[in-house]
Design a protein around this ligand. Structure first.
Ligand SMILES: *Cc1c(COP(=O)(O)O)cnc(C)c1O
Length: 456
């Protein structure tokens, strides 16, 4: 009760000392609303909020009857540290927003696997089983050209594992031959050389930043070559040599396709896919699970059985292995219904525009300056760079961007923060990156943000 003395402010006291009326901690914790908060957040956090609110009452800043409500208002709705956000940026796979949103089937699979599960346990025999066997089987089934498959925690991890297992250690060549154009660039591509060299492997860059010919590769390949790397870069640079040219050099070719299409996509005809690259002669293909595949963060490794086995059996593989939630989401992504990223890619420009018109119309009725406009979306960070997808957006006054992003913390379950895209003095809510069943939520978020703006 030392806090009483500390909070003593004689000037604020009236005839009845209000400190005596401040509800006791045990009474407050028994309040059904605070008891429910305790079940969600734990006792320590709720007690701390209660103590802070009592302190405010003792200091005369709130009335004793407001202590419970003040403590409740200071507490988050749930213990999750990450806040759900509506992605209206028009970037379908947005690094800052957690890349691909999982399908409903994958979300359900994650929830199911959250407890104890048969991750690495054979229920029939009661003995140890292959880790993530179901997801690995689904991946193998999706890419018949792969003799074997393995899954690690990210595509960067897959590349580190390949470089370590194939280009370091006794009996292996040290050099990774790669075109100069594929090594330069921003984002993942720019960090690729440092990542590979961190394993102790050496990079042997061939050709110029604009072009590397089959002869350039042939001149560089020798006894110390571990493998040839072909990394997907559809913008400037890249290689002038095809996979068939590289496959004839007598060393393994590792193809880093990046975005993770397993088969060709009609919406992105220029984007490489695992099946096509393996059939064209790549010995190994690596890809991300959370870009265009639309699944969880993961590194997919597919290809020749001997090479996949060398990676999977390397001691480093243990440190890069994927977790049960990843295997659960990946299995459901591969075996379940179409994922949100695939649906966003497949939507017609006309259907996206009619959603924008409907939404803008509803908002205009609510007195908000909203218009439907044509826009260009992109597949996203590290996925089909440079390819614009015809899209449509709701254009709003730019002042709405900040309240939209902040959302309403008290109503986060129903009115999530919205990330849009700035365009001059307007903010665009691009609907290609928003699932159609979220349009009502998006409308509610805009109305809430406009109300916040009006109050301020
Ligand atoms: C995204 C990307 C990577 C890195 O993949 P992560 O899953 O982020 O580790 C590597 N290579 C290419 C070509 C990429 O596009």
């Amino acid at each position: 009760m030392r806090g009483w003395a500390a909070g003593f402010r004689p000037g604020r006291l009236t005839s009845v000392d209000p400190r005596r009326l401040v509800p006791r901690t045990d009474a407050l914790l028994a309040d059904p609303r605070l008891a429910a908060a305790e079940r969600r957040l734990g006792r320590g956090r709720v007690k701390a909020a209660v103590a802070a609110a009592q302190q405010q009452a003792r200091a005369g800043r709130i009335r004793p009857g407001e202590v419970a409500a003040t403590a409740l208002a200071a507490l988050p709705a749930h213990a999750a540290s990450l806040v759900p956000v509506l992605n209206a940026t028009g970037v379908l796979v947005h690094d800052g927003l957690g890349r691909a949103p999982l399908s409903a089937a994958a979300r359900a699979a994650v929830a199911t696997a959250a407890g104890c599960t048969d991750l690495e346990f054979d229920l029939a025999s009661g003995s140890r089983g292959q880790r993530g066997a179901g997801a690995l089987a689904a991946l193998a089934a999706a890419v018949p050209a792969a003799q074997a498959v393995h899954v690690v925690s990210s595509n960067a991890a897959a590349l580190v594992l390949a470089a370590t297992a194939l280009a370091t250690g006794p009996g292996n060549g040290r050099e990774i031959v790669v075109s100069r154009g594929e090594l330069t660039g921003t984002g993942a591509a720019g960090r690729l050389p440092g990542l590979l060299e961190s394993t102790g492997a050496r990079i042997r860059a061939v050709g110029t930043t604009r072009r590397a010919t089959p002869a350039d590769y042939a001149a560089a390949v020798g006894p110390d070559t571990a493998f040839v790397l072909k990394a997907h870069r559809s913008r400037a640079g890249g290689s002038g040599a095809g996979l068939a040219d590289l496959a004839g050099l007598g060393v393994p070719v590792l193809g880093d396709i990046g975005a993770g299409l397993l088969a060709p996509s009609a919406a992105l005809p220029g984007e490489p896919d695992a099946g096509t690259w393996l059939r064209a002669g790549a010995g190994l293909v690596t890809a991300s699970g959370d870009k265009l595949l639309g699944g969880p963060q993961a590194g997919l490794i597919l290809g020749r059985a001997d090479l996949v086995t060398r990676l999977a059996r390397h001691p480093l593989a243990r440190a890069l292995r994927a977790g049960k939630l990843t295997f659960a989401a990946l299995g459901a992504t591969l075996a379940g219904p179409p994922v949100p990223v695939a649906e966003a890619l497949a939507a017609t420009a006309a259907s996206v525009f009619s959603r924008a018109e409907r939404l803008a119309g509803r908002l205009a009725v609510a007195g908000i300056d909203a218009r439907a406009v044509r826009a260009l979306a992109v597949a996203g960070d590290g996925a089909a760079p440079g390819v614009a997808l015809p899209s449509a957006a709701v254009s709003l006054p730019g002042e709405l961007a900040a309240p939209l992003r902040a959302g309403d913390p008290a109503r986060r379950g129903t009115v999530p923060p919205v990330a849009g895209r700035a365009a001059g003095d307007r903010v665009l809510l691009d609907l290609r990156s928003v699932a159609p069943d979220a349009d009502d939520t998006l409308a509610a978020a805009v109305v809430a943000a406009a109300a916040v703006l009006q109050r301020s």
